[in-house]
Design a protein around this ligand. Structure first.
Ligand code: F6P
Length: 546
């Protein structure tokens, strides 16, 4: 297979990046009245505007050429068809099958996985209906009022983000809570107001070995026992989502109350599997299916649409271009929808755990930048915190602005105010404000010449800061499904072009292994197996506690 650095288009892009060092977005807009139409596209209920990036027809052509050189289209086909593209774990990658509403067959090792998926969805629906209707009862005969998901990483971030995002669709049937941190503060805080007789715990862990989750699940079980005094209550109050039947049984959860997932579902792509159970419990199964449908709509777009009109591919390529042109090592994600308050954290895992890799598929060290540092928060809060750096700092941070035409909870006058800020920020980042404009402003305010000259450099905004605008119709289940899938496929496309394995996460293992040994040391074993700093810190910690 061709190496990225051997691609002619890669070389061409390096040259174009040099050539465009001085190009200003402001000038690109002045030169082309149709720039917005040229560099924006609608996809399902989403408008993607990428015109505020320093791209030209020539740059886009080279970027699409690069995607072709790296056989992105072939890679997409291989993923959808169940090829084992997670090469280091020898697994297929089939989150697209989980939401394959067309139900076309998908084979892994000659087995049509759609049968298993459909069975599991039907089981989930029956269970969700039982709990929501009040047919499923707690040990004392009371109905369930609260669902507590215990999981971490992909077994937490997705269900949490989507439940928050779709709370307007939830009604009053059930409340949902999330425990991920092994810091006892979280479990204590979440459980404090709850009545054990009416809580359903969903222990979500693909492996069912993750120590944070197992510790929290054990504490939750003890909490239940302190009220039920009968092991049989576990059956009414605990269900599991996992691939590890043995470990689920060993924990004491009835495997008849276990929901299955498969090794071809990556943790950070698992929201579409039974890991999404808390979402379905919260908003009802029909709405959960709408989420799947939205993702499937985007899957069809990604697979069927030409690269040139393909939203996830364009997002991926623009990201690669920004890292070439600006040396950008960051990507900030700025939702302007309160319901999307955890969207950045979700995409952060999806992107950084997938593409934060230092070797290419062959194992050779990668010679270019892979995943950027993804960060951000609700944009409107960010404006009063870190936007100063985005506007005038000496690093270029490409930004994705995500907002909606309609608020999911309209309150008179608020959404217009919010969106005015949304549009203003992308304009300000792009255009900036020149010396002449600042001077004119200050003169208008009556400052004298000396005052103006002193203030001038501080008030200039150079602009030329790239951003994408992602404008949703509204945050509803279908649109949200499409939005998440768009980012998943962006990440996939970048991984293919960078020639890395996007579906393993070996980088998280070392810390986990060391923590196991250190826990034994904290609990009594001697501390001398580490470097002086780590030994010293553990000893200090132990001494201060004794
Ligand atoms: O530590 C990384 C990770 O393996 C993630 O990829 C995953 O989402 C998370 O831990 C949780 O894993 P599990 O679902 O097996 O508990």
């Amino acid at each position: 297979m061709l190496k990225l650095t051997q691609s002619e288009n890669w070389e061409r892009l390096q040259a174009l990046a040099k050539q465009h060092q001085q190009t200003h977005l402001r000038d690109l807009f002045a030169e082309d009245q149709h720039r917005f139409e040229r560099y924006s596209l609608p996809v399902q209920n989403i408008l993607l505007d990428y015109s505020k990036n320093c791209v030209t027809e020539e740059v886009m052509e080279a970027l699409f050429g690069l995607a072709k050189d790296m056989d992105l289209t072939g890679a997409i086909e291989r993923m959808y068809r169940g090829a084992k593209i997670n090469t280091t774990e020898d697994r297929a990658v089939l989150h697209t099958a989980l939401r394959n509403r067309s139900n076309t067959p998908v084979f892994v090792d000659d087995v049509n996985v759609m049968d298993q998926i459909n069975d599991e969805l039907a089981t989930m629906r029956r269970f969700v209906d039982k709990v929501r209707s009040g047919e499923w009862l707690g040990y004392s005969g009371k109905r369930i009022t609260d669902v507590v998901n215990i999981g971490i990483g992909g077994s937490n971030l997705g269900p949490k983000m989507v439940s928050e995002a779709l709370s307007a669709y939830a009604g009053n049937t059930l409340r949902v809570h999330f425990i991920s941190n092994v810091d006892g503060v979280e479990v204590a805080e979440v459980l404090r107001p709850l009545n054990p007789e009416q809580v359903l715990f969903v222990v979500a862990s693909k492996t069912f070995t993750t120590s944070e989750t197992m510790t929290n699940a054990q504490t939750a079980r003890n909490w239940l026992m302190a009220s039920a005094f009968d092991e049989r209550a576990v059956k009414n109050h605990f269900v599991a989502v996992s691939t590890n039947t043995e470990a689920v049984a060993e924990f004491g959860i009835d495997t008849g109350h276990m929901f299955t997932m498969w090794d071809w579902v990556g943790g950070r792509y698992s929201i579409w599997s039974a890991i999404g159970l808390p979402i379905a419990l919260y908003i009802g199964f029909d709405q959960f299916e709408e989420l799947l449908t939205g993702a499937h709509d985007m899957d069809r777009h990604f697979r069927d649409q030409s690269l040139e009109k393909n939203a996830p591919v364009i997002l991926a390529l623009v990201g690669i271009w920004n890292s070439l042109l600006h040396g950008a090592q960051n990507q900030v994600i700025l939702p302007y929808d309160q319901p999307l308050k955890s969207f950045t954290a979700y995409i952060q895992q999806a992107d950084m755990e997938s593409n934060g890799k230092h070797v290419v598929q062959s194992g050779e060290r990668v010679s270019y930048q892979t995943a950027p540092v993804v960060w951000g928060q609700l944009g409107i809060d960010g404006q009063h915190a870190f936007y100063q750096l985005l506007h005038q700092g000496n690093v270029i941070v490409p930004a994705d602005f995500i907002g909606s035409v309609q608020s999911s909870t309209p309150v008179r006058g608020h959404h217009e105010n919010l969106m005015a800020n949304f549009f203003a920020q992308t304009e300000a980042l792009m255009n900036g404000i020149t010396e002449d404009q600042v001077r004119e402003q200050l003169e208008g305010q009556g400052l004298d010449a000396k005052e103006i000259e002193d203030l001038l450099p501080h008030k200039v905004h150079e602009g030329n800061r790239p951003s994408n605008t992602v404008l949703l119709d509204r945050v509803d289940p279908r649109t949200l499904g499409a939005l998440i899938a768009m980012y998943e496929h962006k990440i996939f496309s970048q991984g293919v072009i960078w020639d890395i394995c996007s579906f393993d996460q070996w980088g998280v293992e070392l810390g986990k292994t060391l923590a196991k040994g250190i826990l034994a040391e904290i609990n009594g074993d001697s501390t001398n197996a580490h470097d002086a700093s780590t030994n010293g810190l553990i000893e200090y910690f132990k001494a201060q506690r004794s």
